[in-house]
Structures are given as C-alpha cells and as structure tokens.
Design a protein around this ligand. Sequence first.
Ligand code: PLP
Length: 373
Amino acid sequence: MDLPSKRECLEKIKPYVPGKPVDEVKRELGLQEVIKLASNENPLGPSPHAREAMQKALQEVCLYPDGNCFRLKTVLSERLGIQNEQLIIGNGSDELLKLLSETYISYGDEVVLPEPTFAEYEFAARIMGGIPRFIPLNQDFEIDLEAMRDAINEKTRVVFLCNPNNPTGTIVRHRQLYNFIRDLPSRVIVVLDEAYSEYASDPYFPRSLDLFELGKPLFIMRTFSKIYGLAGLRIGYGIGSPTLISDISRVKEPFNVNHLAQVAAEAALKDDLHLAHSRTLVEESRRQVALGLEKMNLIPVPSYANFYFINIKVDSQKAFSLLLQRGIIVRTGDVFGYPTYIRVSFGTLKQNQLFLDALKDVLEELAGKENTC
Ligand SMILES: Cc1ncc(COP(=O)(O)O)c(C=O)c1O
C-alpha cells in the first residue's frame, strides 16, 4: 500500500524499544523472581496515602478529570511558594518535553544538550525538526557548562540540562548554573530537568526556583515517577513564568492527566515520611553498592541520584544477558555511548545485594571465558 511520506525529520528518530515486561522475562527464563533495576523507580512503591487516595477516587473515574489539575496545582504552589499560573501538569515529564518543543522549536532550530543525557531531549527536538548539538561531559562525567555556552549561536532555541544527570548521576552546582543562565541570550530557553533532585543532598545543589530572579526563560521539570513512586500513573510538573506556561498550554490536550494520577500525586506530596524513607534508602544504597563494587575493583561514577553508572570493564551487552539469566535487569551503557558501562538503579537493600552477588558471578564467568579463549 502506498502511504504519504512521513515528515523528513522523523527519519532520524529510532522508535523507543521498551524493555520486556517483568512477567514475560520470568516466563521466558523460568525464573521465580526478577528484579528490575533499569528505570530508576522507587522500590518502596507509592506512599500509602497515595494508595488510599486512589482507592477513594476509583468511583469517580467515570468522570473526565480536572483538565486544569487545580487541587494539585494549589498544593504544589503552596509548597513551592509560587503562583498556580507558574505551573503546568503533564502526563509524565516526558509529555512536558514534547509540549515545550512543540511550542518553541521550528525546523532547523538548534538545541544544545549534554552527551550522554536523558534520551527524550533529543527525541523532543527531532520531532519538530530541531537539530541537536551534543556536548560531551567533562572527564569527571559532569555537564560541561562552558562548552555548552560556546555551542550556543543565533540558531539556538533550547538548552537542555539534566540535574542530576541521567545516566551519570553527577550534578551542576548553584553558582555555576546561576552564572550560566545569567549570561545566556533571552531568546534561549533553559530546560532544567530535576527528575532526581529530591535525592541530591549536596548543600550547593541549585535552589532552582531562585534562578527565576534572573528574568531569563527557564522551564523547570519535576516528576512523580521517581522518589514519589508513581511512574505507572504518568504525572510530572513544570514550572515557568506565567507567560511561558500559558504558551505551552496552547498545545496541551484538554484532559492530559488522569484523575487517579492527580489525587495520588496530591496525597504523595503531603507524605513527608515516605519521602524521607525513600531518601534514606537511596543514601544507604549508595554506600552499600559502592562498597560491594569496591570488592570487585569497580568504582562507580559518584552519584547524587538513585542509580550508579559503572564501568564494569567488559561488554555490557554480554553482562546484561548473564545478569538477566540471574533475574536482574539493568541498563546497558552502549545506548549512552559507553559499551563497557552499565546503569543500575538502587532497589531495596536486599535487591542491591542480589545485584552485587549476581554481578560478581557474571564478571567471574566472563573472565573465565576470556581465559579459555
Ligand atoms: C532525567 C529524566 N527526566 C524525565 C524522566 C521521565 O519522567 P516521567 O516518568 O515523568 O515522564 C526520566 C525517566 O527516566 C528521567 O530520567
């Protein structure tokens, strides 16, 4: 059948290949338990308050959700000390990226982004015909703001920054970021993705809301998918000036965020205890996993997030398959341009230990194979 040709810019987009569902992996490999440490989710699950709120709201799903997410915006704006008009709620922060690029990126516009970083920035730019300019991280795996500034020209429309950065977990600090944004021309929008910011305990981690005082176009994105444990509901939020938010809202669908997601997010926000537990677990996990890796002579990139990027010094695809056979799913580094690295999310302390034991096993098996070759 003849089809009209698709838009040219889509040629460069590789469709996202989702990982296999855990149940499918169990069935295929005949495993009782499979531990997914590949998407930086919260192993503690959602807050009990969020579960309760969803139970109560089940009866209401016959109605369309509130297209303006008024209650959630009100709770968020009170907590953040901003106005409702500075907020937009998205079907995950993924949707917010798309809305931003649909609003501001035209064919041939350039976007500047670190490499490696979260893949959706490139996707968001490309669907609108934007041209990504990738700026390698520095030797400490940190975002190189100076090189990013040098890459900005009159065609640049958007700069993407991920803080902490996915997949490395490294951060940029307040003063650096402040100076970077201060010196940008006002036609360039800075997208600051803080999906993992709740885990970054560094005293110099940016107080990102203070950056609005610079009067530059800034869009901060946060999500309920990570520390709040609501990834399956798809909900995140963006913060910008009322004008930027009103511009982005033009391309938003009327009912983009479902009702259960809205009530769960509102309840989750109020559960400080769940947040504190989740944070403590990640801090303990960082120590536990670093120590376990040290025993294998491996050193992860120092991380401020809930995952480690680790050079395991062997082909990560091979290690991935062997880990999978042992019921552990991680992310291979080849997709980020680092074929001997893996990115592993922290699980519960028990799951972390199972990962460490499995990795030790796998590395021994691969070393054995190499010796016999
Ligand atoms: C840096 C970063 N931003 C955004 C997201 C997506 O978040 P959401 O689930 O809200 O779409 C992820 C998910 O992996 C991420 O790593």
